[in-house]
Design a protein around this ligand. Structure first.
Ligand SMILES: CC(=O)N[C@H](C=O)[C@@H](O)[C@H](O)[C@H](O)COP(=O)(O)O
Length: 236
């Protein structure tokens, strides 16, 4: 079965901020109601879209906001690194519930016997839903674009074994720039865009739109940033 959004989300998202409203583990916000409050607050603040993880949490967010929702399910590869929506059943569930776009791991690592680009090719053939390929390198971006991904996001730069060294280096704007120069589909900047200035720089680098999560919707982590900064103590 093919799932089609009534209208294409790309023009609505262009130049905008997508707020990733995710909560995990023992976060007090890790409930459908918790993340939905974040989504409502984000829309009040002018967010053009929401990125959401989990079946029940995404269902609740879809019920409470009318901007496009990019849905995903998180799991792990064998080495413990993150995998974004690695099952066809998961993609189907997110598309069926009304996500405008489904985010899929576009790295070359195998899930259900397929690399990210081959998995995306199968999704596009079987379901036709709009796909955001979450990638970490230019080669992965090229392969996912060739496989029929509708857009790319730099989500996984810093979070795969071969790019782990980039995590400490802030947002990967070089990857945004390189992809924009190569592919003919929207490129979203995502990952460690922790300030409004970072978001503006990503747009300058050619990003179609910017996704920010932690700096807006992970208050425990934001508190840790401040607490750690204060550990330098007072002046001598
Ligand atoms: C690597 C991974 O698992 N990324 C996840 C993908 O959905 C989320 O945990 C991030 O919050 C999201 O990508 C936004 O990035 P940031 O939180 O840095 O603004």
């Amino acid at each position: 079965m093919h799932y089609h959004s009534p209208t294409s989300p790309w023009s609505a998202l262009r130049g905008g901020l997508i707020v990733s409203c995710q909560a995990e583990g023992d976060s007090p916000f890790n409930t459908p109601a918790g993340v939905a409050l974040f989504a409502r607050a984000a829309v009040q603040g002018g967010a053009a879209g929401i990125r959401s993880e989990g079946i029940e949490k995404t269902r609740r967010i879809l019920a409470e906001v009318s901007v496009p929702v990019i849905g995903l399910l998180k799991s792990s590869f064998a080495d413990g690194t993150v995998c974004i929506t690695g099952t066809l059943a998961g993609v189907r569930a997110l598309a069926e519930m009304g996500c405008a776009v489904v985010a899929i791991d576009g790295t070359l690592r195998e899930r259900e016997g397929l690399s990210g680009p081959d998995f995306i090719r199968q999704v596009k053939a079987e379901m036709g839903c709009l796909v955001m390929a979450d990638i970490a390198t230019v080669a992965e971006g090229d392969a996912c674009a060739a496989a029929g991904a509708d857009c790319l996001s730099t989500t996984l730069s810093g979070y795969t074994p071969e790019t782990a060294h980039l995590k400490a280096a802030g947002p990967d704007l070089a990857l945004v720039r390189d992809l924009v120069a190569r592919v003919g589909i929207p490129v979203f900047a995502e990952g460690r865009l922790n300030t409004p200035a970072d978001a503006a720089a990503a747009r300058q680098a050619g990003a179609w739109a910017v996704v920010a999560g932690s700096a807006i919707t992970r208050p425990t982590l934001i508190t840790e940033w401040y607490v750690q900064a204060l550990q330098t103590g007072p002046p001598a």
